[in-house]
Structure formats: C-alpha cells, structure tokens
Design a protein around this ligand. Structure first.
Ligand code: ADP
Length: 423
C-alpha cells in the first residue's frame, strides 16, 4: 500500500519525536535520514523525512523541503505534514513560513494551519500566543537560545514577516466548539484570502479536535503532538490498509553500548544515575582527545563485556564544557567529541554491538551517519518522544535509541535497555 501521509521535519531529533508519536497508535512508521536517492517499493503508510534545515538560509531550506516533498509524492503521499519545533524555533529570516508557502504552491493549496502546541511537554497556544509551561515563549529560556532566540510570543507576529500572504487565527473559543466550527472558521478566513492560520490548542483534546477538522487538508504544519491523533482518524476513515499495522521488529543481540554527547541538565543526571547502577563507564575529555585521539577509548572498549552495555560519555558540567570550548573553539570541541563517539560506535559494531543508546541531537546525527543508517523503523516509545528504532547497519539488524538532550527521566538509559529485554 502506498504512503498516505508524508512528513517533513526540520531537524533530526524532532523527526524521531514525530515518528514516535505517530507510532504510538501501532501503525508502521518509517524515518529516513535526509531525502533518499530513489523511491523504494516498501514505503510505510507514514513516512517521515528528517532534514537539518532549521537554521539554514531560507533558499536552502526551501529547496531541501521541496526535494523531500517530491520524494513523498512519488511514494504516494496525499497529505503532507511540515513539522517544526514546539517552541516555533526560527531565525529572524525564519524558515517555517517560507517552507510552508513553497509547499503550498507546489501542492496547489491556498490555506494551511500552524499549531506548535505540545501540551504533554508544556507547550500551549492561546489567542495566538505560545506558552512554555506558565511562561510566554519570549520570557522562557528560549529567549536566549544561541541560534534561534525567540523574542516574541505571538505566532501571528512571528509568522507575518516570513510569508507573503495574510496570517489569521482560529482561537480557542472557536476550537472548543468542535471540528465543524473549526472548518467553518477556516472557510471564512479563506474567503478573506487568509492563507496562514494559527490555531490555538491548550490540551490534547484540542489537538484531537483540530486533527479531526483538518485531517484532509493537503498540508498541515505544527509540532509533533498535532500529528499524534491522525493515524487513528485515518484508520476510522478506512484509509489504512492491513499492512499499515507495525510489523514484528527484529530482535537484536543483547550487546551494545550507551554513547552520550549531550551536556544538557537531564542527560547529566541520566549519566550519573547510570554510572550509579555499577555499569562500566569511560569519560571522554575533548582536550585529551585533541591531543591523543581515540586510541585509549578504543583500547578500553576492546576490553569490555558488551552485554553490560558500557557507557562512553563526554557529558560534563558547564564549567568544564566552557573550558574545553575556550581552548579548542566551540565548533572544534563539539566535532572532536562527535567524531570520537562516531568512531567508537563503528568499532563497537565490529566487535558485535547491536544495541545503541545515544544521547544528544547532534550526537545522534553523527552516530547514525557513522553507522551508515539511512532508514529507521519505529518501535515502542521509551519516554515521550524517544522510541526504539530498528535499522540495518553494515548488513546487521541493530536497535538504536536517539534521545535529544532534555528528554527522558533520570533512569532513561537502564529503562531503554529493559524495554528491549521485555519484548
Ligand atoms: P543536546 O541534544 O543536549 O543539545 P547535542 O549532541 O545536540 O546535545 O549537542 C551537544 C554538543 O556538545 C555536541 O556537539 C557535543 O559534541 C558537544 N560536547 C559534548 N561534550 C562536550 C564537552 N565535554 N566539551 C565540549 N563540547 C562537548
């Protein structure tokens, strides 16, 4: 059966998050790293393409997304979902609006919706304003994000300079009246030539109502949570074939390792917790790596029992990260650690590792690239937004969990592994 819905995500862990939420319903979801060269005949009902274009120049982001759209259309997708971050991360030039406008032109539609709300993670939209927990976006820590500082909380104001056509709102009062009221409101706005419609949502029930109202739009845009109700709705509509159900995913040998390149607060707690369970751990120091390379780490790896799932971590406190960055430069410190973890992953696979738990968004990209993984089949969720994924790497079945910095609870690493054991 052809693909029903094609999703384009503007970053890597965002794509995993979306794929995990779609797969919650038990449907088959496949995640591609970048736009594949050709359309295979075994596409899933829900295909997600992970791009890395959140902060790219607008023209580059648009051309990457149009290439993804062409692939998804060739796979049969009749509905497209443009996924961005639930904090609407965009530079002042912004890629969210221009990409949506380019996709609309290509798809021949003159209206789409914008809903980044993710209530489970504390993101809500009210009267067009985005909140992070109890704070307006522009008063949240996103205000000082190094790449995409968000200094306005009003999504209409953020979107307006990014698009050519008019922006409007379907507010929470309209959403709470149900799917029909949303469709009516969208129709009225369309009559006024409003192409880009922000839609309020403060609870999962709002997202279900919006998904029900908008499920047949050719283009929807938003955070991952808006897509979550869609598989069940399409199932109800009779649009999913028998093969849409997730198939048995491979079992993998219980040998592997945990690779942590994230320095986020939650990952620091997770690393401390995991080491506290008595697993062997090797700390990677960027300064030492810059001098001696990864020989020492590989020698340690070669002496390990991989059934214990040893840990390699560059995870460090902010002072120590700053010190390494001052000495090496921010980019160099990052790439030295990413390259080291990538090299360790390759050697571990040669030594028989088939399970990989990776912490860090950039780190996840580096490790999957090193393992030459292009497609992931999505399995069960370990924590909200972090599913186990299954892939082929150098002819072997591997299981891989990719966790962005602040996701998961303290016991995440051990939880992830016991989840796999329980299958
Ligand atoms: P997160 O998802 O928490 O943002 P990422 O993997 O995306 O994690 O980013 C963390 C970055 O920090 C990576 O580029 C990584 O290589 C780098 N890094 C990890 N440990 C250190 C360290 N001790 N010193 C400097 N940079 C580090």
């Amino acid at each position: 059966m052809a693909t029903l819905m094609g999703c384009i995500a503007d970053d890597f862990t965002g794509a995993t998050d979306l794929a995990g939420l779609l797969a919650r319903s038990g449907v088959r979801v496949s995640l591609r790293m970048g736009v594949p060269d050709h359309v295979p005949d075994d596409t899933a009902s829900f295909e997600v393409i992970a791009l890395k274009c959140r902060t790219s120049p607008v023209s580059e982001a648009v051309s990457q997304c149009l290439a993804a759209l062409a692939w998804l259309k060739a796979a049969g997708a009749s509905r497209i979902f443009w996924k961005y971050c639930s904090t609407f991360d965009s530079t002042p030039h912004g890629n969210i609006g221009p990409v949506a406008e380019a996709l609309m032109a290509e798809l021949g539609t003159d209206q789409t919706i914008y809903c980044p709300a993710f209530p489970e993670n504390g993101r809500s939209v009210y009267m067009g304003n985005l909140f992070v927990g109890r704070l307006p976006l522009a008063e949240s820590p996103m205000r000082d994000h190094p790449l995409t500082p968000m200094r306005d909380s009003n999504l209409m104001r953020l979107l307006e300079p990014q698009v050519k056509n008019p922006v409007g709102l379907v507010d929470h009062l309209q959403v709470s009246r149900g799917p029909e009221a949303i469709r009516t409101a969208l129709g009225e706005l369309a009559g006024q030539g409003i192409a880009h419609v922000v839609v309020d949502a403060i609870a999962d029930s709002d997202l279900s109502t919006i998904a029900e109202a908008c499920r047949n739009m050719v283009l929807m845009t938003g955070g991952s949570a808006l897509a979550m109700p869609l598989p069940a709705l399409y199932e109800r509509d009779g649009l999913l074939g028998n093969d849409a159900v997730r198939q048995d995913l491979p079992t993998t040998k219980a040998r592997g390792l945990v690779l942590s390149g994230s320095c986020s607060a939650m990952t620091r707690a997770q690393v401390a917790h995991y080491l506290g369970t008595g697993v062997p751990g090797f700390r990677l120091d960027p300064l030492q790596l810059a001098e001696d390379g990864i020989r020492q780490a590989l020698t340690w790896l070669e002496g390990q029992d991989l059934s214990k799932m040893p840990l390699f971590y560059a995870t460090a406190e902010p002072d120590s990260v700053r010190a390494a960055q001052q000495k090496l430069g921010v980019a160099k410190a990052g790439s030295i650690v990413e390259d080291a973890l990538a090299g360790i992953a390759i050697r571990a696979r040669q030594l028989g590792a088939r399970r990989f738990v990776v912490a860090g968004g950039e780190t996840s990209g580096a490790v999957t690239r090193a393992l030459d993984v292009h497609r992931l089949d999505i399995g069960e969720e370990i924590a909200p937004g972090v599913p186990w994924c299954f892939a082929q790497s150098d002819g072997h079945d591997i299981a891989i969990a990719l966790k962005s910095g602040n996701f998961g609870q303290e016991g995440f690493f051990a939880d992830a592994l016991s989840r796999l054991e329980a299958r």
